[in-house]
Design a protein around this ligand. Structure first.
Ligand SMILES: [Zn+2]
Length: 411
């Protein structure tokens, strides 16, 4: 396993060195950029880390190794990567949309809320629950990490609008209206069956109004283009895309095209660029690696359905594939191409960062949260000012959050 790690480290160093030749005002100041990064107030608006709490009972107070099947976020590595706050997603995959399915989804959501609350209670000296935009700075000044909650997929709301308030009361501050399939609220950008409502459903329109009333952020990541425009027509306050990219840079329906970026800027909202390889850059096909990985799954079965010993065997084979066919991942430079383009189309006030770590996010040189400083390094190299970088790392998102809070209680 050390051998594999060395190859991966060498690859990472190669990419980093090659991505950093453009010259920077911080260049000859040794590690000064690292100090600058640590001093920034930073937030990541989308991670699926709670899946690891539920499925593998992860201990977030201990440093894990993502190259050996571990998670991409824990508290020691958040500190190392200079990340002050994070949104943990209550993610429930789309299932049947009937009474039984809805009830099951609601219960699953409740279990995830419980697991997040349990972690927050277990480590009060390291993390604190965050419920308002101002909490990020307050908690950070106190030397702790801020844990926010967002809900990915409105499916657990089922067709009962009162649940929106219930989830808000449990700490959720945004809802991503749908996931990879259509639900009762709206069409998804990736449903194989195509659109069902041509945008928001009638129920979805009520949900938008209810979220405005509660002061809950509407997240338009994953929803169809038409649903996106329906939301913008209806909402009284700015919205976010918690983890998406630019379609001009990487042509994927999950990303926003230039017209959508311009409309988002007009709405006052923000797009938080994600680190999911498929949405960052289309890579050359790698069939040898794909079939070797598929063979591991065929041999062992679904990882999450295996017993502990079987999981170990699965991981041994899974990571053995990496030593033969190391993954080809996009780089931080590819990622910052999205930021550059969004700044051109929407302006510097409408872009941020939402990694999707533990939900598929990870780049060659920003593979886990400990490497988030490499984004700041690249932004400095491209000539972004300190003030602009602060906007990207939290300023823009917090502005939207505050506007949503201000709109609370208004019809
Ligand atoms: Zn997602």
């Amino acid at each position: 396993m050390n051998h594999i790690k060395n190859i991966v480290c060498l690859l990472g160093a190669f990419v980093l060195l090659n991505g950093c030749h453009t010259g920077s005002r911080h260049e000859h100041q040794a590690d000064k950029w690292k100090q600058f990064h640590q001093e920034l107030l930073t937030i990541d608006t989308h991670t699926d880390t709670p899946l690891r709490l539920i499925r593998s009972g992860a201990n977030l107070s201990l440093r894990d190794d993502p190259r050996k099947g571990g998670g991409k976020i824990d508290f020691p590595r958040m500190r190392e990567g200079g990340l002050d706050g994070v949104f943990f997603a209550v993610y429930v995959g789309q299932g049947p949309r009937d009474e039984e399915g809805n009830e099951h989804a609601r219960q699953e959501a409740m279990e995830i809320f419980d697991s997040i609350h349990a972690v927050i209670q277990r480590y009060p000296d390291i993390i604190q629950p965050a419920l308002a935009a101002d909490d990020l700075e307050k908690i950070n000044k106190d030397g702790r990490l801020a844990i926010f909650i967002g809900m990915e997929n409105g499916y657990p709301v089922g067709n009962d609008i009162s649940l929106v308030q219930q989830f808000y009361n449990l700490g959720a501050r945004y809802i991503t209206l749908c996931h990879s399939s259509n639900n009762d609220i709206c069409d998804s950008s990736t449903d194989r069956g195509g659109p069902e409502y041509r945008g928001l459903s009638e129920f979805g329109k009520q949900i938008v109004k209810e979220m405005n009333r509660l002061g809950m952020i509407i997240d338009v990541s994953h929803i169809s283009d038409k649903a996106f425009y329906d939301v913008l027509d209806l909402t009284a306050v700015p919205v976010i895309a918690s983890h998406s990219g630019s379609r001009s840079i990487c042509d994927h329906p999950r990303n926003l095209d230039d017209d959508m970026l311009a409309a988002l800027a007009k709405n006052g909202g923000v797009i938080q660029v994600c680190l999911v390889p498929e949405y960052v850059k289309e890579m050359e096909p790698y069939p040898e690696r794909d079939s070797a990985k598929q063979a591991v799954v065929r041999k062992h079965g679904n990882y999450y359905e295996l017993a502990d010993e079987a999981r170990e065997a699965f991981l041994r084979d899974w990571f053995a594939v990496d030593s033969i066919y190391p993954p080809h991942l996009p780089t931080v430079s590819d990622f910052v191409d999205h930021i550059d383009h969004i700044v051109q189309i929407a302006g510097i006030d409408h872009v941020g960062i939402g990694s999707d770590f533990d939900g598929g996010g990870g780049l060659a040189d920003c593979f886990d949260v400990s490497e988030m400083g490499n984004i700041t390094y690249e932004l400095l190299n491209r000539g972004y000012s300190d003030e602009d970088i602060q906007k990207i790392w939290s300023g823009n998102f917090l502005r939207v959050f505050r506007e949503v809070e201000k709109g609370r209680g208004k019809e």
